[in-house]
Write a protein that binds this ligand. Structure first.
Ligand SMILES: *[C@@H]1O[C@H](CO)[C@@H](O)[C@H](O)[C@H]1NC(C)=O
Ligand SMILES: *[C@@H]1O[C@H](CO)[C@@H](O)[C@H](O)[C@H]1NC(C)=O
Ligand SMILES: *[C@@H]1O[C@H](CO)[C@@H](O)[C@H](O)[C@H]1NC(C)=O
Length: 244
């Protein structure tokens, strides 16, 4: 549990180490900080959720996929890792998980699931991140709310359009751009294979205000979103052969 996590918003970089940061922020009316609790949010609130890394089968119990908050999965005794984030609802955010030193996802089963809530437990499908041959480093995660309550997490892929023609990349299953694990820092290579997870919000907040960042992200996808995050440019863009 030594993983370092960073949550990057356009103007500020907040470093967190295995805890949910309590931001002193008057505009944050959501006082629920645990990802395994239920809450409803309004635009601008912080919203806590987790991403668990484990093998694909660790997320299933008796053939059903359960939330990582469900103790029947006993993820804490499995070979797993947990990252917690608290982005602002409806702000464009890029979460990064550094894979160059303490944490490499292939060592923890290679799949990840985003999750939040208990009675209203929402979880994404398990998505492939890495094995000893390939690592996928760029993801878009959509958080869908209804009246401020999280309904669903889903992963969007761009069908490899962001890496077509880039020699560093291979396209897996016509869906995800992947880098060879052997070219990653810490795995014998020199590329920073840190994960970048672009967040998008859709649906409505508790006052029925529409959450719009999904549309913005979708429209901007033709440009690189990583270009928005100048601090990350040097490390993350080295993956992309400088096409920013
Ligand atoms: C597993 O699922 C089956 C079919 O849904 C059900 O009949 C059975 O009781 C479940 N077993 C456990 C241990 O939950
Ligand atoms: C990951 O950590 C290494 C070592 O601390 C650093 O050089 C690199 O820039 C970091 N990458 C990202 C994407 O933050
Ligand atoms: C790694 O994953 C890729 C894509 O899913 C697959 O084609 C390959 O066989 C896997 N390699 C190993 C060593 O599991």
């Amino acid at each position: 549990m030594e993983m370092e996590m960073k949550m990057k918003q356009v103007t500020k970089l907040i470093a967190m180490v295995l805890m949910v940061v309590v931001l002193i922020d008057a505009s944050d009316t959501n006082h629920v900080y645990q990802p395994c609790s239920d809450t409803t949010v309004e635009k601008g609130d912080g919203f806590s959720f987790g991403i668990a890394f484990a093998s694909r089968t660790s997320f299933f119990y008796n053939h059903s996929q359960l939330s990582p908050c469900d103790r029947r999965l006993s993820l804490s005794s499995a070979n797993s890792q947990l990252a917690l984030f608290r982005p602002k609802v409806d702000e464009i955010s890029l979460l990064t998980i550094n894979t160059t030193s303490n944490f490499f996802p292939a060592s923890y089963g290679g799949y990840m699931v985003a999750f939040a809530g208990r009675k209203y437990a929402a979880r994404s499908t398990p998505v492939f991140v890495a094995n000893t041959t390939y690592i996928v480093t760029s993801f878009t995660l959509v958080l869908e709310f209804h009246k401020g309550r999280l309904q669903n997490f889903f992963w969007k892929n761009d069908g490899c359009s962001s890496c077509s023609g880039k020699s560093n990349f291979v396209c897996l299953s016509k869906q995800n751009c992947a880098i060879r694990t052997s070219s990653c820092k810490g795995q014998g290579g020199s590329t920073d294979c840190s994960l970048g997870i672009q967040l998008a919000f859709s649906g409505t907040d508790k006052h029925y205000v529409a959450l719009n960042t999904w549309y913005e992200v979708d429209n901007m996808r033709q440009y690189s979103l990583y270009g928005l995050y100048s601090n990350l440019k040097n490390s993350l863009t080295s993956q992309y052969n400088n096409f920013f």
